[in-house]
Design a protein around this ligand. Structure first.
Ligand code: ADP
Length: 342
């Protein structure tokens, strides 16, 4: 059973990867929203082209699905250069990153996702690569050991993180540009969904686009997943056209509520309210009770609930707000005592 769940999880992740690859914008002009970030990147791209210099190292941070990988792939496309992609957890020893560094060509991009999970030894190994485009390699052991300095091509490191706070100070300082990605407006997501429906050769009404966008938690990746599901639903249950009614029925069947929260988001609120009486509750207690990895809670569930002010962070832990009680249709403890009093 556990194995089956893992296989299903892998399939879902594979499908998500495929979907991302098909729908991901290729050039800066295709990127929707994040206007200030797009403008600044446009400036550095122009400067690089005119000065014939590589891009400076760039760090993107923000919750999952907001476009960090998209920006990282758009930049080399714009410059007509190549990208190598890896991630923090895949790099356990300096030897793991070495081939990426030595393969990097002049002006090419090395993208490290989840860079906050890079082990300290690997982090320290790449400092000279980032600063002076060289690496120090130790040859031999004991008293015979000697260090040689190996030159590298001038490449660009692009890091992505959902937790910029967990990045070490020295690492952060080595990125000349930091760009924070924020949640998208409903209008921006509706534009993304409309463009992507065209890419998927699916008819989507303007009202259905707004409906899907409004129920996608401000996140393009979620909007794409909802669109994908609505397309399957429309193909199976109707003529393949996503109308407002079809979009609503598809989202209802996927158990996505009117605010765009899914089962997992609601389970979080139900646990906080039902088990912990609305908090304050530490994230560890919530993680253990929900039997979910801590990262899922803090990276995937909480950022949107915080932004929508359904929960707040207090020094003693998470607290459910009146809006959360209202959304779940549960009375707040104070409302109940009010009722008892009168
Ligand atoms: P992250 O790396 O932050 O987790 P991604 O860059 O992989 O997020 O984005 C997920 C998907 O969302 C992409 O494949 C793309 O289709 C879509 N997307 C993200 N940002 C944008 C954007 N600004 N404009 C259009 N589509 C976007």
């Amino acid at each position: 059973m556990a194995r089956e769940a893992i296989v299903q999880g892998d399939n879902a992740a594979d499908e998500e990867k495929k979907r991302d690859a098909v729908l991901r914008p290729r050039l800066l002009k295709e990127v929707i929203g994040q206007k200030a970030v797009v403008q600044r990147l446009g400036i550095v791209l122009n400067a690089c082209r005119k000065l014939k210099e590589p891009l400076s190292h760039i760090l993107f941070d923000g919750p999952p699905g907001l476009g960090k990988t998209t920006f990282a792939t758009v930049l080399p496309n714009e410059l007509g250069t190549t990208i190598q992609m890896t991630s923090g957890p895949a790099l356990t020893r300096p030897g793991d990153i070495l081939p990426f560094l030595t393969n990097a060509t002049e002006g090419s991009v090395l993208f490290i996702d989840e860079i906050h999970r890079l082990p300290r030894v690997v982090e320290e190994f790449i400092y000279p690569a980032m600063e002076d485009f060289r690496i120090d390699i130790v040859l031999g052991e004991g008293i015979n050991a000697r260090t040689i300095s190996m030159p590298l091509k001038r490449f660009t490191l692009i890091g992505a993180t959902t937790r910029s706070g967990m990045l070490s100070g020295p690492m952060r300082d080595r990125f000349k540009m930091h760009e924070h990605l924020d949640f998208y407006s409903v209008e921006e997501l509706a534009t993304i969904v409309t463009i992507n429906a065209r890419k998927l050769q699916t008819q989507l009404s303007a009202e259905a686009a707004v409906e899907i966008a409004g129920r996608s938690r401000g996140t393009p990746r979620i909007a794409n997943a909802r669109l994908w599901w609505a397309r399957n639903f429309a193909t199976s249950e109707a003529e393949g056209h996503i109308t407002l009614d079809i979009a609503r029925s598809a989202l209802a069947m996927a158990e996505v509520d009117t605010l765009g929260l899914d089962k997992q988001d609601r389970r979080y609120l139900e646990t906080l309210i039902g088990v912990f009486e609305g908090g304050p509750t530490g994230v560890d207690a919530l993680t253990a009770t929900m039997n979910l990895p801590g990262d899922t809670l803090s990276d995937e569930i909480e950022p949107y609930l915080l932004r929508e002010q359904m929960i707040v962070r207090s020094p003693r832990g998470r607290v459910a707000t009146a809006k959360a009680y209202e959304h779940l249709g549960k009375p707040r403890p104070s409302d109940e005592s009010d009722r008892l009093l009168f």
